[in-house]
Design a protein around this ligand. Structure first.
Ligand code: DLL
Length: 442
């Protein structure tokens, strides 16, 4: 369990669980090393796949003498969970496992992860610290519109009740009812994917509900990539502060990392998750500050420990002490997954670049879709983007000018010329969970 000895209490009104957020680095690293050694031994003794890989590399748990030694250990990847489906990576007997979550992915069997009672306490701990970091307190009312069920979003944020927050477990969907609750229940915090929040905002506008008139103060948005430009749009349209939260099923769910009020990167709860960034091609560990693939090792998870898990998420680690005083390193906005990278006529393009480009044009609504096709061996990218309702009846000439501005913005950022098609407000599909913005038809 967390070592609160170093709690820099001062007179901050933070939830006491936040103590490790302010621990001096040497003490944090000492704690991490101790936990890493215990975790590696646990995986080695209980997970045949991990032990086998260690034996191939001729490393044993005794070789982990410093944090840098983690680089000697083998990586683990998503297919490990599929190949050993369902319980092959479990390090605890099922008797000790009190919860299962799963992520469906796009193909084949889901990946299945387990939680002991202690693992659920860790989850509660990191969610509590996440919310405390943005100023949520006992007395706040959380509208939790992440999906409940095997997806980790719903039950993950539900942990807010441990700090005395009133949780409304509304889940995804039935947007009309969500709007009624938002209007009636004195809700101060909302959690959902940023794309679902945009949908809620649109629907609220249709029934004349202005979010600026609500007591709502904070949004906790994650589970999909979103851009700084999108944050600005959301904050302007709703009057709330929009915060980024990161996590993944394989590691625990939401609460691996969370922004603080400084809104400049997400603090990783490093006493439970050890981050590295590696070169995605070579697997070589990169120094803090360089961009690459995020690798995470669980430091306290008992049921499904993960050693050097390749997240495929692209980011970089910032070790500067934050304005909020937290000493936890930050991952900077996860703008892309390496899996999502499109290669268009040999050029790498990330959907988030398209989003950033479109959002530079005021008349573009934050709803778009990227369609990639191949004609005569040539890749073509078409972007369908909704125009804001107030521009829906603009003259053809004005529309042409808008289209041109959007395609120029895209070309400036990606070096790719794309066909932009303006579509009517509310004509593109909306998501209640993770948005699907790319249709690759090649
Ligand atoms: O999406 C857990 C979660 C729930 C996180 C609610 C935040 C809020 P998975 O379904 O396993 O778990 O998907 C994990 O989603 O590897 C990233 O690619 C992406 N992702 C999650 N949070 C962010 C974020 C949940 N803040 C995958 N920014 C991860 C960008 C994110 N991508």
């Amino acid at each position: 369990m967390a070592n609160f000895e170093f709690w820099n209490d001062g007179n901050t009104p933070l939830h006491p669980a936040s103590a490790p957020d302010f621990v001096p680095r040497p003490q944090m690293e000492q704690m991490q090393l101790h936990r890493l050694q215990v975790m590696v031994r646990r995986a080695y003794e209980n997970v045949p796949l991990f032990r086998g890989r260690c034996e191939e590399r001729k490393v044993t748990p005794d070789d982990v003498k410093s944090l840098a030694d983690i680089a000697r250990l083998p990586f683990s990847v998503k297919s490990d969970l599929r190949d050993t489906y369902p319980y092959g990576l479990f390090a605890s007997p099922l008797d000790d496992v009190v919860r299962i979550h799963a992520s469906s992915g796009t193909t084949g069997k889901p990946i299945v992860v387990g939680y002991t009672k202690g693992d659920l306490e860790v989850w509660e701990n990191v969610i509590t610290r996440s919310l405390a970091a943005i100023g949520v307190r006992r007395g706040d009312v959380l509208h939790n519109a992440y999906g409940y069920g095997m997806f980790t979003g719903g039950l993950g944020l539900h942990n807010a009740q441990a700090m005395g927050v009133t949780v409304i477990p509304v889940g995804g969907g039935n947007t009309e009812r969500q709007i009624m609750l938002l209007r009636d229940l004195g809700i101060t915090v909302i959690s959902c994917t940023p794309s679902y929040f945009l949908h809620i905002l649109d629907e609220a506008a249709k029934v004349g509900l202005d979010f600026h008139s609500l007591p709502l103060k904070y949004g906790i948005f994650g589970a999909e990539p979103w851009t700084e430009e999108m944050r600005q749009r959301i904050e302007e349209a709703s009057g709330i502060k929009a915060y980024d939260i990161y996590g993944l099923t394989e590691i625990i769910g939401p609460g691996v990392a969370m922004e603080c009020t400084a809104q400049s990167g997400m603090h990783i709860f490093e006493d439970h998750f050890y981050p590295e960034v590696v070169d995605p091609e070579t697997g070589e560990v990169l120094p803090d500050g360089e961009t690459g693939e995020l690798i995470l090792t669980t430091l306290s998870k008992a049921a499904t420990p993960m050693i050097r898990y390749r997240t495929r998420d692209i980011t970089w680690l910032n070790r500067e002490v934050c304005a909020c005083g937290r000493t936890l390193r930050r991952i900077m906005r996860v703008s892309a997954r390496s899996d999502d990278m499109l290669i268009i006529r040999g050029v790498n393009v990330f959907p988030s670049q398209i989003e950033a480009a479109l959002m530079q044009v005021d008349a573009a609504a934050p709803h778009y879709q990227i369609i990639v096709t191949r004609e005569n061996d040539l890749d073509r990218m078409e972007i369908e983007v909704e125009i804001r309702p107030e521009h829906a009846s603009d003259e053809i000439k004005q529309m042409e000018a808008l289209r041109l501005r959007m395609s120029q913005a895209i070309e400036r950022i990606t070096n790719i010329r794309a066909k932009v098609t303006l579509v009517q407000p509310n004509s593109l599909a909306r998501s209640e969970g993770k948005a699907k913005r790319v249709k690759d038809l090649r």
